[in-house]
Design a protein around this ligand. Structure first.
Ligand code: ACO
Length: 335
């Protein structure tokens, strides 16, 4: 039997920090409104005049993960990048990252599963490793939301929520079931809710060309969200996914040392923790500082937890995510 082990982790956040009060220069909002509803105090956004792209953030996180793993880039067998904000519509961001890393020839794959993207990505890596197909896989979650937000009062319901950032892990094969490893991944989706959180344009579903002046004029190029629906479904699906992981591995909630959930909204995570009955000190949140970085929230959270000493070797870590699609899932990791 083969198992996959996370041997290295890295992350990157753009330098420029926008505090809630800074946003008032762009739109009619307030620190109080944002903090009360979401728990967000600030977010990192790339310099809008720079050419920094999602693959550049991914590269910085990937280099850090490779260094901490002690794995040379030439040893990699596969690159998986989860993102909803790719450098370009095609080819995938994994290809741009691959070129910047300088590791031609190995497969490079994009995952477009939104806030659950990182869990889908490590699940894919885990399956390739378990079947013996690949031994060393780089998995990245990276987003630049700031270039795709309507930063006016009209778009304030969405634009205050999102930040830029990237996180990466290196996963390698091990034969030892008792070593630190990914114990399980569980993935779900329900496409009936696809338009509850989505971006209408550019669109190949017509009518007409995929991008029109009307798309731009009407704001169809910006994300749309039914916030209440997202809240209700996330608060139900994330606890379900955690319980599914526990049952599959024969653990109970008290066996888990640390919960690192997707960072959509602090209120969602507080509701999830309440429903599960988890003590506050076991939940590690970063949303106050990093906001919602979609596919990057979980690797960013794991890396930050490690950095501040909340995550230690041997700990049992439960992660869960919910997002657009709707998609949701969980991963249980012996760190
Ligand atoms: N600043 C100030 N006022 C605002 C802002 C803002 N940024 N955004 C909206 N408002 C105003 C609205 O215009 C509205 O004003 P009105 O009453 O005069 O019409 C008022 O605040 C209330 O707006 P609602 O949209 O009803 O706000 P709500 O209380 O529902 O909170 C929120 C919005 C926080 C998004 C909520 O729906 C929620 O918690 N949703 C969960 C989903 C979520 O957090 N998603 C994050 C990303 S998705 C993901 O990662 C899965």
């Amino acid at each position: 039997m083969k198992y996959s082990r996370i041997v290295g982790i890295g992350s990157y956040l753009p330098e420029k920090v926008w505090r809630n009060d800074d946003l008032r220069a762009l739109m009619d909002t307030s620190d109080e409104w944002i903090q009360q509803r979401t728990g967000i105090k600030q977010r990192h956004w790339v310099d809008q005049d720079s050419t920094e792209g999602t693959s550049d953030l991914a590269l910085k996180a990937a280099v850090g993960a490779l260094e901490s793993a002690g794995v040379a880039k030439e040893e990699l067998d596969l690159i998986v990048v989860a993102t909803v904000s790719p450098d370009h519509e095609f080819p995938g961001t994994a290809c741009f990252l691959q070129a910047k890393l300088g590791v031609s020839g190995i497969p490079a794959l994009d995952v477009r599963q939104q806030c659950t993207g990182f869990l889908y990505a490590i699940s894919i890596a885990d399956q390739f490793i378990r079947t013996g197909t690949y031994k060393k896989v780089l998995v990245v979650g990276a987003e630049i939301h700031s270039r795709g937000l309507d930063k006016t009062t009209e778009g304030r319901d969405m634009s205050v929520l999102f930040g830029d950032g990237a996180g990466a892990v290196v996963m390698v094969a091990t034969d030892d079931p008792n070593s630190s490893r990914v114990l399980s991944t569980h993935l779900h989706a329900d496409g009936r809710f696809a338009k509850e959180l989505w971006i209408p344009a550019p669109s190949n579903a017509g009518p007409g060309p995929r991008i029109t002046e009307e798309h731009v004029r009407s704001g169809a190029i910006y994300g749309k969200m039914n916030g209440k629906s997202v809240f209700v479904h996330a608060a139900k699906r994330m606890p379900e996914a955690v319980n599914e992981a526990l049952a599959a591995n024969g653990f109970s909630l008290s066996d888990i040392d640390l919960f690192v959930f997707h960072q959509a909204n602090l209120r969602i995570n507080e509701m999830v923790a309440k429903q599960l009955g988890i003590p506050e000190e076991k939940v590690f949140n970063t949303i106050d500082r990093f906001a919602n970085t979609t596919a990057a929230t979980i690797p960013l959270g794991l890396h930050e937890a490690l950095r501040v000493g909340k995550l230690k070797p041997g700990m049992l870590v439960a992660t869960a995510a919910f997002g657009s699609g709707f998609t949701w899932g969980s991963a249980l990791i012996r760190w």
